[in-house]
Design a protein. Structure first.
Length: 460
C-alpha cells in the first residue's frame, strides 16, 4: 500500500525564522566590522596620502583669492584718481584732494594755474572756476565769452587797489572780480598775441605773429608800446629782473628793458628760435634751429659758450636751481653747467634717457614730463639716473608750485583737478581766507599743452 502522505517536514515558527534572519545579519555585520578592523591595522601611509591631498591643494587656492582681491581693490582705487595713490607714492607724494570734472559740456581743458591760496581753471567754452587751494572746494564759477576765442592765460594779479583776475584770449583781456567772479571789463589788443604773456609790474609783455614784442597795461587796457623783431614771435617772452628777452623765427634774439621797452642788445642767429628762452641773473640760454644751444651774457649779449648738436632744437632749455637742462633729439635729457669756466663749447655734466622737459625739482631730483607719452620721470640731479618713472595716461597738464619743492597740481582732459604734496611735509591747512591772501613773487602758468622755461615778475 502506497502511502501518499508528504514526508515529514520540521516546521519552524515565524518568530524563530525572524530570529534566524537577524542572527545571520548580525554575523554579516560582524564580518564587515572584522574586515574593517583588519584594514585599519594595516600601515597608514595610503590613508595619510588621501587626507593630505585636499589640504595641500586648498591652501594655495585661498591665498590666490586673497591676492587677487587685494590687486583688484588697488586697481579700483588707482582708477578713481588722475594720479593714483600708488603712482603718487613712487615720487614721495600723497593725494590732498581731487575735484569732480570741471569742464563744461563739449569743452576741453585749456588752463590750470595755481596761486598761494587758490587754483584757477579755464576751459575752451570760456568757463572759469576758482578753487580753494587747501581743500579743492569751488569758490565760484563764471563765464567770460562764448567759446569763439582761444584762451591763452589766466592770471591772478591782485594790487593795492583791486583784487582782479585777468583772462587773456587771442583777441583781448577780460577783467573779473577775483572774490565774486563778476565780469568787470573787456579790453581789446591792438596787436594780437601769439603766446602766453609774461608779467612785469603792471604790464603784460607778449609776442605777435607779425614779429613784434608788445607791452600792454592790463589794469587800464591800454596798448602801450611795441618793439620790432621781424619774422614770427612763437614762444613767450622771458622776463628776468628788469630784462625781457625774446626770439623770432628769423633768428633774432632781442634783450629789452622791461620798464621802458627799449633795446639793450640784439643777436642774429643763422636760423630761427621757436622755444622759450631760459635765463638767470647773469646769462640767457637760447635753443635754436641752427642746431646750437647758445649762452649769452645778459648785460651785453656777448657769447659765453655754444653747444653744437646734430639736430634742430625745438625743446625749451630750463634753468632751475643750480642746473640747466635741455631735451636734445638723439642725445636725451642733457644737463649743463650754466656758467662753466673757459668752456667755449659748453660743459655737459650728464645725459639721461628720461623723456620730456624739466618742469620742476623735488629734493635731489628734477622732474621731467613728456606729454606725448604721458610719462613723468624723477631724475637724479647728480648723475642723470632715472630714480622713478610712471606713465599717467589721464594727465593732460601738470604744474609744480613753486617749481622747487612745491605742491603738484595735475588735471585730466575732463577737468578733474588733483593736488599732491610731499610725504615729508606735515599735512596742514594752507588755504586761509581767499580774499585776504598775500600775492606771491613767483608763479608758473601751465597751458595745455604745457611747456616750462619762462619766468615773470609780479606786480609789487
Amino acid at each position: 500500500m502506497i502511502d501518499h502522505t508528504m514526508p515529514s517536514v520540521r516546521r519552524v515558527p515565524v518568530g524563530a525564522r525572524f530570529a534566524r534572519l537577524v542572527t545571520s545579519a548580525a554575523c554579516g555585520a560582524a564580518m564587515l566590522v572584522s574586515a574593517a578592523h583588519a584594514q585599519s591595522t594595516k600601515p597608514a601611509a595610503p590613508a595619510t596620502t588621501t587626507v593630505a591631498t585636499p589640504v595641500t591643494t586648498a591652501a594655495p587656492a585661498a591665498a590666490k583669492s586673497v591676492a587677487d582681491t587685494r590687486k583688484d581693490a588697488m586697481a579700483s582705487l588707482e582708477a578713481r584718481y588722475v594720479c593714483g595713490p600708488a603712482s603718487a607714492d613712487e615720487f614721495g607724494l600723497r593725494i590732498v584732494w581731487q575735484t569732480e570734472p570741471l569742464v563744461t559740456k563739449d569743452a576741453v581743458l585749456h588752463i590750470v594755474n595755481a596761486s598761494p591760496d587758490s587754483v584757477w581753471f579755464g576751459d575752451s567754452s570760456g568757463s572759469i572756476v576758482r578753487l580753494r587751494r587747501d581743500n579743492g572746494e569751488t569758490v565760484w564759477r563764471s563765464s567770460t565769452f562764448q567759446g569763439i576765442e582761444r584762451m591763452l592765460a589766466l592770471e591772478y594779479l591782485p594790487s593795492e587797489h583791486n583784487d582782479n583776475v585777468y583772462v587773456v584770449t587771442e583777441l583781448g583781456s577780460v577783467i573779473m572780480d577775483a572774490a565774486t567772479g563778476n565780469l568787470l571789463k573787456r579790453t581789446r589788443f591792438s596787436q594780437l598775441p601769439s603766446n602766453v604773456p609774461a608779467i612785469y609790474g603792471q604790464t603784460m609783455i607778449y609776442g605777435t605773429n607779425t614779429g613784434l614784442a608788445s607791452w600792454f597795461l592790463y589794469s587800464t587796457g591800454y596798448n602801450w608800446r611795441a618793439t620790432t623783431l621781424g619774422g614770427h614771435v612763437v614762444a613767450p617772452v622771458t622776463v628776468t629782473g628788469d630784462v625781457a628777452i625774446v626770439g623770432s623765427t628769423n633768428g633774432t634774439v632781442l634783450a629789452m628793458d622791461a620798464p621802458s621797452a627799449g633795446i639793450r642788445w640784439s643777436r642774429k642767429l643763422s636760423a630761427g628760435v621757436e622755444t622759450p628762452i631760459a635765463a638767470d641773473s647773469q646769462a640767457c640760454y637760447v635753443a635754436s634751429h641752427d642746431q646750437s644751444l647758445w649762452a649769452f651774457d645778459q648785460m651785453r649779449g656777448r657769447v659765453l659758450w655754444q653747444y653744437f648738436t646734430q639736430t634742430s632744437l625745438r625743446n625749451p632749455p630750463v634753468r632751475i636751481a643750480d642746473g640747466l637742462y635741455l631735451q636734445i633729439p638723439g642725445e636725451g635729457l642733457v644737463s649743463f653747467t650754466p656758467l662753466p669756466n673757459n668752456k667755449p663749447d659748453g660743459e655737459v655734466l650728464w645725459k639721461s634717457k628720461a623723456p620730456g622737459n624739466i618742469i620742476g625739482r623735488m629734493d635731489t631730483n628734477v622732474m621731467a614730463w613728456d606729454r606725448a607719452t604721458h610719462t613723468l620721470s624723477a631724475v637724479d640731479v647728480g648723475n642723470g639716473r632715472i630714480v622713478h618713472q610712471v606713465v599717467l595716461p589721464k594727465v593732460q597738464s601738470i604744474q609744480f608750485f613753486p617749481m622747487i619743492d612745491g605742491d603738484v597740481f595735475i588735471a585730466s582732459k575732463d577737468g578733474t583737478v588733483e593736488r599732491l604734496e610731499s610725504l615729508t611735509r606735515k599735512p596742514r591747512n594752507t588755504g586761509g581766507d581767499v580774499q585776504n591772501a598775500e600775492p606771491t613773487s613767483a608763479r608758473t602758468t601751465i597751458v595745455a599743452p604745457a611747456v616750462g622755461g619762462a619766468s615773470s615778475k609780479r606786480p609789487g
